[in-house]
Design a protein around this ligand. Structure first.
Ligand code: NAD
Length: 249
């Protein structure tokens, strides 16, 4: 029997009774796939803190450096595969009426696991957008090439292109906020693998609790959310989620 037996039983009962389930994921769910988190080991790249490169100010100052960081991340992620935790959520998403996933991750691993109903809160590494947001360009365009030039260009105006991810200090697109807000009307809200430090994403957990959802957290480390969720579970996602499936009532 797993050492998580009480947590497993409680969460299974809640899930069983729930009509609507929403899951919020962060970098921790992809850690077992080999994608570095921002705050754990591997959060440094050439002695730069990842958080210091993922900003519009860093790009304004040195676009080549920021693009080198993103080319490194794209290259690393392109060798990563979804893990057992992504697979369980993908399976849940095949009952789309009652399931919604909001991810802060930009790695595309949920999509690779064939997860439906994904709200990409912070964009994706696999799309680019125009740095100057020229009127000719769409909001973003897909580019999965593994050999981008050192300074990719906007194909519409010839200016600089940037990764279509939301950087620290940038606003979330209104339609994404709307979709996330709609997903908060749920019976069970589970937050998985996020440090719950980056707003507004972290605020979704508090908001779901305020709206009456039963809240659970799956994270081996305590976070600010651990104090107020109904069920904090100190476990890694790739171990706990498959147990939840295995011991399904
Ligand atoms: P974070 O790096 O701040 O925190 C990661 C959290 O995952 C930590 O609380 C850690 O304890 C937990 N964790 C580590 N291993 C885990 C495991 N096996 N199972 C469950 N949890 C585990 O990440 P964040 O909260 O997502 O915020 C950083 C922001 O940076 C994100 O919003 C995202 O946009 C970006 N980011 C994305 C990726 C990605 O796409 N994979 C990776 C790093 C950062």
């Amino acid at each position: 029997m797993s050492s998580f037996a009480p947590e497993l039983q409680t969460l299974q009962e809640r899930l069983q009774a729930a009509k609507r389930i929403t899951v919020l994921t962060g970098a921790g769910i992809s850690a077992a796939s080999g994608v570095p988190t921002f705050r754990g080991d591997g959060g440094l790249w050439r002695n730069h803190r990842s958080q210091d490169l993922a900003t519009p100010q860093a790009f304004e100052r040195d676009p080549k450096l920021v693009w080198e960081f993103y080319q490194w991340r794209r290259n690393k992620v392109s060798h990563c595969r979804p893990n057992a935790a992504h697979e369980v959520l993908a399976e849940w998403s095949r009952h789309p009426d009652g399931f919604q996933l909001i991810t802060q991750n930009v790695d595309g691993l949920h999509e690779l696991a064939d997860t439906r109903n994904v709200v990409r809160f912070h964009g994706t590494l696999w799309e680019l957008s125009c740095w100057r947001r020229c009127p000719e360009s769409p909001q973003s365009w897909e580019d999965r090439s593994d050999s981008l030039p050192p300074l990719p260009q906007c194909p519409f105006c010839g200016g600089l292109a940037r990764p279509a991810v939301v950087w620290f200090g940038e606003p979330i697109a209104p339609h994404v906020l709307q979709n996330a807000a709609a997903a908060l009307h749920c019976d069970v809200f589970i937050t998985i693998g996020t440090s719950a430090l980056v707003y507004p994403a972290a605020g979704l957990i508090e908001q779901a609790a305020r709206e009456g959802a039963y809240t659970a957290e799956i994270n081996p480390e305590a976070t600010p959310a651990s104090r107020f969720v109904d069920l904090p579970i100190a476990a890694s996602a790739e171990k706990f989620l498959p147990l939840l499936e295995k011991f399904r009532i």
